[in-house]
Write a protein that binds this ligand. Structure first.
Ligand SMILES: *[C@@H]1O[C@H](CO)[C@@H](O)[C@H](O)[C@H]1NC(C)=O
Ligand SMILES: *[C@@H]1O[C@H](CO)[C@@H](O)[C@H](O)[C@H]1NC(C)=O
Ligand SMILES: *[C@@H]1O[C@H](CO)[C@@H](O)[C@H](O)[C@H]1NC(C)=O
Ligand SMILES: *[C@@H]1O[C@H](CO)[C@@H](O)[C@H](O)[C@H]1NC(C)=O
Ligand SMILES: *[C@@H]1O[C@H](CO)[C@@H](O)[C@H](O)[C@H]1NC(C)=O
Ligand SMILES: *[C@@H]1O[C@H](CO)[C@@H](O)[C@H](O)[C@H]1NC(C)=O
Ligand SMILES: *[C@@H]1O[C@H](CO)[C@@H](O)[C@H](O)[C@H]1NC(C)=O
Length: 835
């Protein structure tokens, strides 16, 4: 009855310690293990770095949380991290007991965690209030930050390694890990230490629990061990899975550097080793040394190894969305691949935090992580990026330091952690073996995506799209959810990016309301929500409701003088057979087309419905797609890539807010909005001819610098190229199909719209004006903080500029034909004004 004993110990334990450092599950985290809705991880947002950043942003934006990076990183650990929680199968007589929770922090990672919270990263603040985030996000954060291994037999073990194609696709790494090669188990040593091992330094008055040492491992896992246990605390990133608790611990330790006496960590116990250094630097045990010491102690005693194995590979059982990280091995799981990455990233970010705060003193934790896990600019320096991890190891970690810090911490941890044997000599050799194997493993086996590949496979523009998905409930949830989840990532749903709304295809009512938070989207679009949707597809009702909603939105935007910024796409995802389309449906589509000219309708259907739907869209050859979605999200990237391209092709809107949806308003006068571009990135816009159809000498768009930032901006425009860029050679285009101008550090660029529709008789014929603003940088352009307002600036080095409109007009699409066509072949009149 191990678990019952644990509860008793917990009740008696030191009330001053943080609840997450105690030996029972912290009271506020218990619901994560009790409430069936929360226990099922499939109801929680996926384990990804972008969801982690999203939740941290929510906490930072919470008006009751007024903390800087230093305080928040420590408090996140104290509130949400509790390592080592394991399931303990109750004895049969107590199965139905409502008095015990069959989970307790008994896995080995708990002991180090406890030292971390109580001695290495103490926080004198209380924990974050229970209502800082809702229960779903609280449990998500808890599982993201808390390292543990769940070795329960699940029944799906036969498929453990079958998803290696994802791994190969993402990182090019081989599924084989070096740990398979160097694992040395000396059976005779194992026997002697395993059975007769003594608990060293056991002190009954100590608040270190002894109950977790049950001796017989199989007692915990009565059903038997899984060959591919689940690793808790791992989050997905493009640069490999990361143990987020180690990452945040590194930041917290680096933000508050401390030298902690080893004797204080040993809490008065006599150290077995007198040749260790007197103090440890908290950043080491918070990251690398912590895991290395665990590996040394456990493998040294449990398995009697003389060579310490570092690194255990694994994979997500589904990449869209990633929720379960499966290890490829059951043994030597003290320093798994995600922990190695979390340790390295945490160590590097912890080391770099003083200089990053020197550059930007109010930098938020979410921004720090966002910059590090970004494709291009990094933390004020492209060197500081996750894709550069291999070089960062060389740059930041010296092995002599690592070895002596690890030796000291291992000696201290030895006095805190019950083991199955007593190391009576040779600890230093074991530490050296671990450090050497860490180095060879990281240089030979951690083949995550490099920076060169990262830049090649990622786009250099970011979307700001309000995406409305009109969803047919006939899809199987586990086929359509991965596809939507993929879109959420691809369009960067987020505070500074895109939004998502899910409507049902029966009547257009919201299934998930508009949200800029991916965590909120995933919290709400659950299997239960999908099953509660109304069944059936009714294009007439749906399009009518969407038209009314979109027109109302234009009306609202008119009231608040919204000049633009976001684009809008409505994507129908249909799985029902031929849907009914008729004259009335077409009429709604036509009205939508004419009154909300910037909106793009896209149909994605499981069967070919081109003949049925072609008259509803703007561009019938591109806006109707067939998609094949498989359960479990297999090949979802391939299935959805065409849809993503279509969404990407819709530029950010620039509108005349006086028009609303009736297009009866007057000239816009001069109005503007601010926008931001990341160094080296490009923003794309489009202006609908509804705003410049007649010839007006004063209609123009102006781009002006309105903030600091290195490098110049390149402004390109085109009537044919949707994504105009400088130097882009597009075969078959006239020479001036794309016109570019450079905007230096001040002044502005004007694009005249005079006569821009002269050659065309109707609005329908007159093409949009496509516009781009690109940051032209050379060298290290993202090295200073020029955009420090976190309510608008995602990255502190973003370059601010203004999009101004002058004398835009309003023309409704309905049959507007110009009275006279003055200049049939007038070219655009362009002028540059430098102030
Ligand atoms: C706060 O904690 C209690 C348990 O102590 C839990 O029942 C409650 O649901 C929590 N509230 C929130 C908003 O998380
Ligand atoms: C446009 O997007 C920004 C964030 O990217 C958001 O704050 C704003 O509310 C959006 N505006 C509209 C009208 O959708
Ligand atoms: C969406 O928001 C509206 C109004 O704010 C609310 O009435 C409705 O219940 C919400 N729907 C969902 C699914 O949350
Ligand atoms: C998600 O669900 C919660 C609770 O039902 C609701 O309050 C919230 O408005 C929903 N959010 C969205 C974006 O639909
Ligand atoms: C991944 O594994 C978990 C745990 O066994 C399971 O619940 C989930 O359904 C699996 N997901 C997929 C897509 O196979
Ligand atoms: C692009 O064009 C500009 C101006 O015409 C020129 O200075 C620059 O060298 C070109 N860059 C490339 C990569 O061709
Ligand atoms: C929408 O307008 C475009 C031109 O602006 C036209 O080509 C298309 O046929 C229209 N579609 C519908 C459904 O009216």
């Amino acid at each position: 009855m191990l678990w019952a004993a644990v509860l008793v110990v917990a009740a008696l334990s030191d009330a001053q310690a943080q609840l997450t450092a105690q030996t029972s599950i912290a009271p506020e985290l218990r619901e994560c293990y009790i409430d069936p809705m929360l226990v099922n991880r499939n109801n929680l947002p996926p384990m990804t770095i972008s969801i982690l950043i999203d939740i941290i942003r929510k906490i930072e934006d919470n008006p009751n949380v007024n903390m800087d990076l230093r305080q928040l990183s420590a408090l996140l650990l104290h509130t949400y991290r509790q390592d080592g929680v394991e399931f303990h199968r109750p004895e049969t007589t107590l199965v139905s007991s409502s008095m015990v929770l069959p989970f307790a922090p008994t896995f080995h990672s708990f002991h180090r965690h406890r030292l971390l919270l109580t001695r290495l990263i103490p926080s004198n603040l209380q924990v974050l209030a229970n209502n800082t985030v809702n229960s779903i996000l609280k449990c998500t954060l808890h599982h993201m930050l808390s390292t543990t291994v769940d070795a329960r037999l699940r029944g799906d073990e036969s498929s453990c390694n079958q998803l290696s194609q994802y791994r190969a696709l993402r990182s090019g790494r081989s599924p084989r890990s070096i740990s398979d090669d160097v694992e040395i188990i000396d059976k005779s040593v194992l026997k002697s230490t395993g059975k007769n091992g003594q608990m060293n330094h056991f002190n009954p008055n100590d608040d270190v629990e002894f109950t977790s040492y049950d001796g017989v491992k199989s007692a915990r896992q009565l059903l038997g061990d899984s060959q591919c246990p689940l690793l808790g605390g791992a989050v997905f990133s493009q640069w490999g899975a990361i143990s987020a608790g180690h990452l945040i611990a590194g930041v917290a330790a680096g933000a508050q550097p401390q030298q902690v006496p080893v004797l204080e960590l040993a809490k008065g116990s006599v150290l077995n080793y007198n040749n260790v250094q007197q103090t440890v630097t908290s950043l080491f045990p918070a990251t690398l040394s912590g895991d290395l010491a665990e590996a040394v102690l456990i493998q040294g005693t449990d398995r009697g190894s003389s060579a310490i194995s570092i690194g255990t590979a694994g994979n997500w059982n589904s990449t869209q969305p990633p929720r379960h990280y499966m290890l490829h091995s059951r043994t030597n799981v003290e320093m798994t691949d995600p922990e190695i990455r979390g340790d390295i990233d945490g160590f590097v970010l912890g080391s770099a935090v003083p200089s990053a705060l020197g550059t930007f003193s109010t930098m938020r934790l979410s921004q720090y992580l966002d910059m590090f896990y970004s494709a291009r600019n990094g933390v004020f320096n492209p060197v500081l990026r996750a894709c550069n991890r291999r070089d960062l190891i060389q740059q930041y970690i010296t092995s002599t330091n690592l070895a002596s810090e690890t030796f000291a911490f291992a000696a201290a941890l030895d006095t805190n952690m019950p083991l199955r044997g007593t190391i009576i000599g040779g600890l230093e050799q074991l530490v050296n073996s671990a450090v050497n194997n860490f180095q060879s493993y990281t240089s030979n086996n951690l083949n995550d995506m490099s920076c060169v590949t990262t830049e090649a496979v990622s786009v250099d523009f970011r979307l700001r799209t309000n995406l409305y998905i009109v969803l047919d409930s006939m899809w199987e949830y586990n086929a359509v959810y991965p596809a939507i989840s993929y879109l959420v990532d691809a369009i960067e749903v987020g505070k500074y990016g895109s939004s998502i709304t899910v409507l049902n295809a029966f009547n257009g009512n919201a299934v998930v309301n508009t949200t800029f938070s991916p965590a909120e989207f995933h919290s709400n679009y659950t299997l239960a929500a999908h099953q509660n949707m109304l069944t059936g597809v009714n294009l007439l009702t749906t399009l009518t409701n969407i038209r009314v909603m979109m027109q109302a939105r234009l009306g609202d935007e008119s009231l608040v003088n919204y000049v633009g910024g976001n684009s809008t796409v409505v994507l129908f995802l249909l799985n029902s057979g031929p849907v009914q389309n008729n004259e009335q449906v077409f009429e709604q589509a036509r009205l939508l087309n004419e009154t909300v000219p910037d909106l793009r309708l896209i149909f994605a259907t499981s069967t070919n419905q081109f003949d049925n739907l072609w008259n509803l869209v703007r561009d019938m050859h591109n806006d109707i797609r067939q998609v094949a979605l498989s359960p479990g999200g297999i090949n979802v990237e391939i299935a959805m890539s065409g849809i993503v391209e279509r969404i990407q092709s819709v530029g950010r809107r620039i509108i005349n807010p006086t028009c609303g949806s009736h297009f009866t308003g007057g000239p816009s006068g001069t109005r503007q909005f601010d926008d931001f571009v990341e160094p080296g990135y490009i923003n794309f816009y489009s202006v609908s001819p509804n705003y410049f159809f007649t010839n007006n000498a004063n209609s123009r768009i102006r781009i002006a610098r309105s903030g600091a930032g290195t490098g110049s901006l390149i402004i390109c425009h085109s009537r044919v190229v949707v994504h105009p860029r400088r130097n882009a050679t597009i075969v078959g285009l006239e020479e001036n199909a794309v016109i570019c101008q450079t905007l230096a550090s001040s002044g502005n660029v004007e694009i005249s719209l005079q006569g821009a529709c002269d050659p065309y008789w109707t609005i329908g014929q007159c093409p949009m004006l496509y516009l781009s603003v690109q940051s032209d940088t050379s060298g290290n352009a993202a090295s200073s903080a020029v955009c420090t307002d976190p309510s608008v600036c995602r990255f502190p080095y973003n370059i601010r500029y203004q999009v101004q409109i002058e004398e835009l007009l309003c023309f409704s699409g309905s049959g507007t034909i110009r009275a006279s066509v003055i200049f049939m072949f007038a070219a655009l009149f362009i002028s540059i004004f430098r102030l």
